[in-house]
Design a protein around this ligand. Structure first.
Ligand SMILES: NC(=O)c1ccc[n+]([C@@H]2O[C@H](COP(=O)([O-])OP(=O)(O)OC[C@H]3O[C@@H](n4cnc5c(N)ncnc54)[C@H](O)[C@@H]3O)[C@@H](O)[C@H]2O)c1
Length: 241
């Protein structure tokens, strides 16, 4: 997404807890400022916003994309004594962090009549795309998109993207002892109406659209990009499969 935004002429402050985010600046040069921080940190979000303003004088777009999974762990399989720490960790990254990020950029976004894009999920509107923690968090992201779209209108548009299955290795919830794992399970493509797991590039066009004036009439929308997962059939995933 950062590469695509830069190709479109944007300059990007790229924020990640992984130091590997700096490789983007090595690759893309002055168009990218890497900031290594935990997105749950208010100070980290302020540092990222400040870097954009000091270097380029404005913020037009805030994308809240960092996230972790619960590995689709059912509530029944989470020991009660681990639940609060797991909730705090996952909700902190998936829900609190985008709020902190928007808050840190808010004055600038209002000044530029900018736009916010948050990454939801199939799990924002469906069960079975994660466990109780992940599904609750992504439903919360959907609520956040709609509420912020209301609160910030008419000055800032707020939308989201809801991927289905993307070939990444999402981090798990440390409080549950989970490592990163493949998001794509064996045989997933056969369950999808479009019969293939799209590459991560499949999302770039929608993120670009939502950031652009072409989406000037869109706010409060969660755009589904899920290879048809949410319209799959019972007997067959797609009518012509
Ligand atoms: N992969 C999928 O199938 C899928 C499906 C639906 C939604 N999503 C959502 O897409 C978004 C991106 O995930 P992805 O699949 O590209 O996985 P990813 O792990 O490649 O990307 C997530 C990034 O967030 C970063 N991150 C995690 N915790 C952080 C923290 N505390 N502070 C700062 N950065 C942190 C990770 O280092 C990583 O670079 C997430 O919000 C995820 O929930 C993914």
């Amino acid at each position: 997404m950062v590469r695509r935004y830069v190709a479109e002429g944007a300059r990007v402050v790229a924020v990640d807890v992984s130091a590997r985010v700096s490789e983007l600046a090595d690759e893309l040069g002055e168009a990218v400022i890497p900031v290594v921080t935990d997105v749950r940190s208010w100070e980290g979000n302020v540092a990222a916003a400040t870097a954009a303003v000091e270097q380029w004088g404005r913020i037009d777009v805030f994308v809240g994309n960092a996230g972790i999974t619960d590995g689709a762990r059912p509530l029944e399989q989470i020991p009660g004594g681990q639940l609060t720490a797991a909730f705090d960790e996952l909700m902190g990254i998936n829900v609190l962090a985008p709020m902190l990020g928007v808050r840190a950029c808010l004055e600038q976004l209002i000044a530029t009549r900018g736009t916010v894009i948050l990454t939801g999920s199939y799990a924002s509107t469906n069960a079975g795309g994660g466990g109780a923690l992940y599904t609750a968090s992504k439903h919360a992201v959907h609520g956040l998109i709609r509420q912020l779209a209301y609160e910030l209108a008419p000055d800032v548009r707020v939308n989201g993207v809801a991927p289905g299955v993307a070939p990444t290795r999402l981090r798990g919830t440390a409080a549950l002892g989970q490592e990163a794992g493949d998001s794509v399970l064996e045989g997933t493509e056969r369950a999808l109406p479009l019969q293939e797991v799209a590459g991560v590039e499949a999302y770039n066009g929608v993120f670009t659209l939502l950031a652009s004036a072409e989406a000037g009439a869109m706010t409060g929308s969660l755009v589904t990009v899920d290879s048809g997962l949410s319209i799959r059939g019972i007997a067959r995933p797609g009518g012509r499969v």
